[in-house]
Design a protein. Sequence first.
Length: 172
Amino acid sequence: MDLWSLDECHFQQHGSRIRMWVPPEDKDPILLQAPTRKSVSLFGAVSVTDGRLVTQLEKHFNALTFQSFLITLLRHLRRNRKMVILLDNARYHYAACLKPFLREHRKRLHLEFLPAYSPKLNPIERVWKLTRRLCTHNTYFKDLFDLVKAVSFQHILWRESNNTLRRLCCIN
């Protein structure tokens, strides 16, 4: 069995400002921030088993885009294994139009829904938090493409099995 954690996320162009230390003899830094609320939306899933990350950019989140991401995710399933996915209770995760797809793939795919309002139980939330810390904190993105490039580069590094995500998502 392969255990995966799935969620959706938005990364905003205006970045995020966090507290930082500056030597007292230096002048206070000026941090530019984009005056926009444009964002990048993506589906993501992390393998709790071996620390691999799979992401897919989307314009909208709905049952069809979710099914498209599940198809992408099934390509990462190891032979003779079953994929169990932990996910929240977004409406489109259990939409009626998904039932035929889920029935067709029931031998290889099982969705396990977490209790309502419990994001701390979903390991991929930690991946989103680390991505923000590494890619968007105290960073100015001139345009949306720069944000996509920064986030995509980090996620490409995490595509292969790695200890960072394995430790971050371990379940004790």
